[in-house]
Design a protein around this ligand. Sequence first.
Ligand code: GUN
Length: 283
Amino acid sequence: MTAHLIDGNALAAQVRAQVAERVKVLRAGGVQPGLAVILVGDDPASAVYVKHKVTDCEAAGMRSVLERHPATMTESDLLARVRALNADDGVHGILVQMPLPKHIDPQQVIATLSPAKDVDGFHVANAGALLVGQKGFKACTPYGCMKLIETTGVALRGKHAVVIGRSNTVGKPMALMLLQANATVTVCHSGTADLAAHTRNADIVIAAVGRRDTVRASMVKPGAIVIDVGMNRNEAGKLCGDVDFAGVREVAGWITPVPGGVGPMTRAMLLVNTLEAAERRLA
Ligand code: GUN
């Protein structure tokens, strides 16, 4: 049996359409949700991501402001820009594209963001809200993964989820969201002794490592849901995830492709968070 494909492009299109409808309502009331995106330096991959975020906003009827700064920008100048955007009433969401140049401490930047505009969900106030089950902005990638899992119709109570990776942006918030949804959660990482022993017992596997072929067919329980957060390149330069897609799809029950799985949902959830930032301001 070949796994069902979870189509991130199709789900993201649905989410974007829902966002666009809610944006229309806000605009009819005189408010246009706005996202400010700050890009420091000229990393080509970051430039592409940022361009997508801006065009997504505009397609949904939101306003977007892209600020590009040279890689030599000082940390204090960047913090000053963040403070100015915090105070700008036309801006509902602020995203500072990561990674930042080495001389800038990302934690300082995140701490300077107004939590009410932190649509990445990276500020400790938002990360902490997730930890204790309060309302806050959820990190876009794990939030998108939850939506992808929901499309399977599988109820998470009583299910074992294994998250591979413990980053602040994906692994840790992912584990908390799965826990909130009543899954039993194991977090594996580079210090895990026997990864396969964990994944073979998992009903849901989330791979967020950044190394291709981390999850192979022999490591997956038949029928499992496999969500691939990885974005890597193979020898031929082709985009691939952390999962051996061709092998694992023959074992899993559901699987997300790369590209066309998690990536489009990360972008879609940024729109959802930005819209909610504008709606909450009005509430
Ligand atoms: N760089 C790669 N992904 C992201 C993201 O989701 N948010 C930000 N701010 N930077 C990123």
